[in-house]
Design a protein around this ligand. Structure first.
Ligand SMILES: C=C(O[C@@H]1C=C(C(=O)O)C=C[C@H]1O)C(=O)O
Length: 375
C-alpha cells in the first residue's frame, strides 16, 4: 500500500473517533494497522480470541482490551520510508515538576526500607511526568518514533473510550509460534556512551539475574525444553540494558496461552519479587495509577496465511498455503498517553537493597528522555 494513503487512512479513522492500532515490530520494515469498524470496547475473556490486545499493569482490577481481528480492517505498509528530516526531531529538555525529584527519592527510600525489613527482594518503582506540547496529530508523533527506534516495538494505539497511547518498547513479554516460545529477561540500565563493551555493577547483575531466575521458575512446569542464553548488553535508544533470551517448546499452546501469560505478567522487570507483595507495595505507595504502563500489548492468535515458495519442485503444492497462528506481546515501556493538553510520560526502575535513591532518580530522567525526544 502507498505510504501516504496508509497514513491518511489512519488519520481519518482517528478523526472519526474510531479505535485503531498501528505498529512496527523490532528490526522489521513492515508497518501494520488494525482499524476497528465500530467503537465498542471489546475485552479479552480467556486469551483464545484473535486480535490486538492492550492490557493494564493491574489485571486484577482492570480488563484487557481487544481489537478483534474479525471486526477490524487490516492494512499493511511493506516498508516505511522516513519523510521527515532529522532536524525536525528536537530533543526536548524535560523539566521535572517542582518536588517531583524529592517525591521519587522518598518513594525509593521507602522501597529500600521495605526490602530491608520484609521478605520483599525487589520492587520496580515509577512515576509519571507531564509534558506540555502543542497539539500534533498522532501520526506525526508515531512517524518520529519509527524514525528514531528501529530496534523497538513502536506503536500508536487509540480507543475513544480509553485514550491515545504511543511508545517504543525494547521488551518482549512473550512470543509463541508453532509451539516455539520466546521471552526475555531485561533489566539493569546505564546510559550508552560510545561502546557496548561496558562493565555492569553488582546491583544490575543481581537484579537482572533475579528476573531471569523468576521467569525460568514460573515457566518450568508449563513448558518443555527451556533454554536460557548467555546474558548480554542490549542497546535501547540511548540506554543499555542487560538481556537474557529464553526459549522453550509449548505443547498444546492454545490451551496454555492464558496460563503462560499469567505466569509471566507482570515480571520482576516491571513489578518485583515476590510478585504479590511487590504489586501491593506499588499500588499502595506510588501515588498514581500506572494504567497501561508496564502492562502488555500486541498480537494475540493472529492468523496469517503462509504460501510455499514458488520453486519448480513444489509448484504442485502451491495451492496448499498453510494458515499459521502466532502471538507476539510486548511490555508497555517507554510510553506516553497523549491528549489535547500534552503528554504523560511513564518511567520507572528496579529497586533492590543496594539501590542508591539519587541514581534511581537519574535513571528515570534518562528513560524519560528516550520518549521525550520525539515530542
Ligand atoms: C520500568 C522500566 O524499565 C524496566 C526496568 C529496568 C531497570 O530497572 O533497569 C530496565 C528495563 C525494563 O525492564 C521503564 O522503562 O519504565
Amino acid at each position: 500500500m502507498d505510504q501516504d494513503a496508509f497514513f491518511i487512512e489512519i488519520q481519518s479513522h482517528f478523526d472519526e473517533a474510531l479505535p485503531f492500532v498501528v505498529y512496527r515490530k523490532p528490526n522489521q520494515k513492515t508497518v501494520t494497522a488494525l482499524l476497528q469498524e465500530e467503537d465498542e470496547l471489546h475485552t479479552v475473556s480467556d486469551f483464545s480470541e484473535s486480535g490486538f490486545v492492550f492490557s493494564p499493569f493491574d489485571t486484577t482490577t482492570s480488563e484487557t482490551i481487544l481489537m478483534p481481528q474479525s471486526q477490524s480492517f487490516e492494512m499493511r505498509l511493506d516498508e516505511y520510508v522516513s519523510t521527515q528530516s532529522n532536524e525536525a526531531v528536537v530533543t526536548t529538555s524535560v523539566e521535572a515538576a517542582k518536588g517531583a525529584k524529592e517525591q521519587h527519592i522518598a518513594l525509593v527510600e521507602k522501597g529500600i526500607n521495605e526490602i530491608e525489613n520484609t521478605g520483599l527482594k525487589k520492587v520496580v518503582l515509577s512515576r509519571k511526568q507531564k509534558i506540555n506540547h502543542n497539539y500534533e496529530s498522532p501520526v506525526s508523533i508515531f512517524k518520529r518514533l519509527l524514525d528514531t527506534y528501529a530496534t523497538a516495538f513502536v506503536y500508536c494505539w487509540y480507543h475513544p473510550k480509553v485514550g491515545l497511547w504511543l511508545g517504543a518498547t525494547p521488551e518482549t513479554l512473550l512470543s509463541v509460534e508453532n509451539r516455539k516460545l520466546y521471552t526475555m529477561s531485561l533489566a539493569g540500565t546505564q546510559k550508552k556512551e560510545d561502546t557496548l563493551e561496558v562493565n555492569w555493577g553488582a546491583k544490575e547483575i543481581e537484579e537482572q539475574q533475579l528476573v531471569t531466575d523468576t521467569i525460568v521458575y514460573n515457566l518450568k512446569d508449563i513448558v518443555d525444553n527451556l533454554q536460557v542464553s548467555e546474558t548480554h548488553t542490549h542497546q535501547a535508544g540511548t540506554l543499555l540494558h542487560l538481556k537474557t533470551d529464553i526459549t522453550a517448546i509449548v505443547h498444546d499452546s492454545d490451551a496454555k496461552l492464558a496460563s503462560i501469560i499469567k505466569a509471566l505478567h507482570p515480571t520482576p522487570a516491571v513489578c518485583g519479587l515476590p510478585k504479590l507483595e511487590a504489586r501491593d507495595f506499588i499500588i499502595a505507595n506510588e501515588n498514581y495509577d500506572r494504567s497501561f504502563y508496564t502492562g502488555f500489548l500486541g498480537e494475540l492468535n493472529i492468523m496469517t496465511e503462509k504460501k510455499r515458495a514458488n520453486t519448480r519442485r513444489n509448484v504442485e503444492n502451491l495451492a496448499y498455503g498453510a494458515v499459521k497462528k502466532h502471538t507476539t506481546l510486548y511490555v508497555n515501556l517507554r510510553c506516553m498517553e497523549v491528549d489535547a493538553q500534552g503528554a504523560q510520560l511513564y518511567v520507572g526502575g528496579g529497586i533492590t537493597a543496594s539501590s542508591k535513591p539519587a541514581l534511581e532518580w537519574e535513571e528515570t530522567v534518562n528513560k524519560l528522555q528516550t520518549v521525550a525526544t520525539v515530542l
